[in-house]
Design a protein around this ligand. Sequence first.
Ligand code: FPP
Length: 251
Amino acid sequence: MMKSSIGNLKSSIDNVPEHVAIIMDGNGRWAKQHGLPRLKGHEEGTQSVRAVLRAARQAGVKYLTIYAFSTENWIRPKDEVEGLMKLLARFADRYGDELLENKVRLLVMGQFERLPSSVQKKLSKLMEKSAKDYEYTLIVALSYGSRTEIADAAKAIAREAAAGELDPESVDEETIAKHLYLPDVPDPDLMIRTSGELRLSNFLLWQLSYAELYVTDTFWPDFREKEFFQALDAFDQRGRRYGGIVTQKGR
Ligand code: FPP
């Protein structure tokens, strides 16, 4: 029953976004609701990552970006930060092969050097292995903050200008886009935020300029295949509303 309704949703989607970005919020609230420690919420959230990645592949979404840890998250209690880092390492250990088998390339965006070296090593290895033969890309935003990313781009551009490699007058939108962390990844078409908050929380501020936004009250650990297809369906409906008039996305 459940399966066929997902199937129906899936087959009725004409306009599949190439890139979906997700703010995975509500792990803590999910845990509280179930009388569990916060880390259990993050653990269950890891299973949602797997489920949503599977659904995204089925739908033909080529890029999936997930906000796993923000620059602001470092101030959370030490236990929680350590627990999250352990979860990341475990994710690479347990599900690295699953990514490779499914031709998923792993990319990380953010201040990679701030992560514990053991986590860096595991993720680097997986990034290297998965870069060889892939059809899909999973981008994990880690120690990521959009304003820092834009400031870093400005710094790099200023350096090039100071070195005489670039004319300041030539700086345009494309120059900035090219100096962001992942210049070759197309901008997200759809941004999903779980657990009801209506904020961007310093996530991909530049890249989300023309994205459709979809917010659901569902907590991240409860957001699985069905909920992902519902979001894709909502995206598809919005496109249809402009049918024939808007050919260039968002403008
Ligand atoms: C937000 O919930 C979630 C996070 C800060 C962490 C997200 C991490 C995972 C889903 C697991 C690890 C990821 C990978 C890629 C394996 P919150 O704690 O802010 O929830 P709350 O707002 O309800 O407290």
